[in-house]
Design a protein around this ligand. Sequence first.
Ligand SMILES: Nc1nc2c(ncn2[C@@H]2O[C@H](COP(=O)(O)OP(=O)(O)OP(=O)(O)O)[C@@H](O)[C@H]2O)c(=O)[nH]1
Length: 376
Amino acid sequence: MLAMLYQRTKQSLLAFLQEGSQHSADPSLQRKAVQLNIGVLMMQATVLAFTLFFFALGNEGLILSGLVQIPWSLATLVAVNRAQHAGHLNLARWFLMLGVMADAASALMLAQGLVIGIHFYYLLFAIVPTVFFPASRWRESLLQSVLNLGLFAFFEIHGWTPHPAMLNLGPETVHVLRVAMVISCVLIVAFLMIQAEYSAVKKEAELQLMASTDLLTQLPNLRAFRQNYSREVARARREDSPLIVGMLDVDHFKRINDVYGHPVGDHVLRLLAQVLSEQLRASDLVARVGGEEFALLMPQTELEQAQQICERLRITVSRHRFGTVSQPLAISISIGLARLEPGDDEERVLRAADKALYQAKNEGRNRVVLHRAGLA
Ligand SMILES: Nc1nc2c(ncn2[C@@H]2O[C@H](COP(=O)(O)OP(=O)(O)OP(=O)(O)O)[C@@H](O)[C@H]2O)c(=O)[nH]1
């Protein structure tokens, strides 16, 4: 029961936080939408926490200042959520900013005056638009900052008469409340900054993965292969261990496209990628480096051992049915293998594996050919 309630609450909260991000394909706008929702939630949490605190202190003026904020914070919550739902991100930003300004103004003007220094919140609101608004909307962000700085300056210079009950607060209570307010400002800024940093790091990792993954097969792409290859070459030299490079190509793949169509060709490539990944060891790497061309990297492997593995791979692929039950489709692959020799440069090994593949094709395909040292 409790677990279910927890799950429901978690789902609703996540749905609330994501609201608005579904309208844009731009990751930075999606992030802004989420940040805005976090901002609204922080507003609710702050108002609620302070109102409870005020009730605990029992001062009439403070309680009034808490109660007058609640309608504003709830109205802001609803307005921002509705605007986000309808895809009006910018309107939602304005709702939040005007909501927090009105909220603070009502507490200040109807109850607290400047006894606690609530007008310092306007300094916070002068900074946060830079988080919620994208760089392209800097004019609106600047306008928000100027408005808030203006309000701060106005109250700082002119002051405001508080509710009489506020004058009954002892200097220590006022001190505690001021500290609590400063802490809440710092926490809000810190939380927004951490969230922005966290989502930027996450996005960078996703982009990194996308940049090194082949979209069709989800295997590492040529770029990732080159990076891994350079790393493995350096390791093999350092540890004086063997390294094998393989070039693998589907035989007569053009015919598959011609006879069955390009989508079936794509399907075959996807399935082949799966078969290759399953058959190879965890320490090996298979990457899609061209249309129907794959590259293999086998660290700490001798040529004969690599030959056995690739023979097994070749037979498995030739026995696998890549089409549908009604239309079984068989394919074969050719593989060229080369070993990194002492003093070799990286490119020579790749060329040697290519040469061996070329030879496999010339000798009739559906075979594994080793490039012997000294033939380059
Ligand atoms: N379906 C599909 N086909 C692709 C993709 N990339 C390349 N191809 C096709 O792969 C075929 C490769 O043909 P070729 O290079 O002539 O080689 P082949 O027909 O496999 O013949 P051999 O390699 O000599 O056995 C071409 O028809 C390309 O259009 C892809 O992502 N999807």
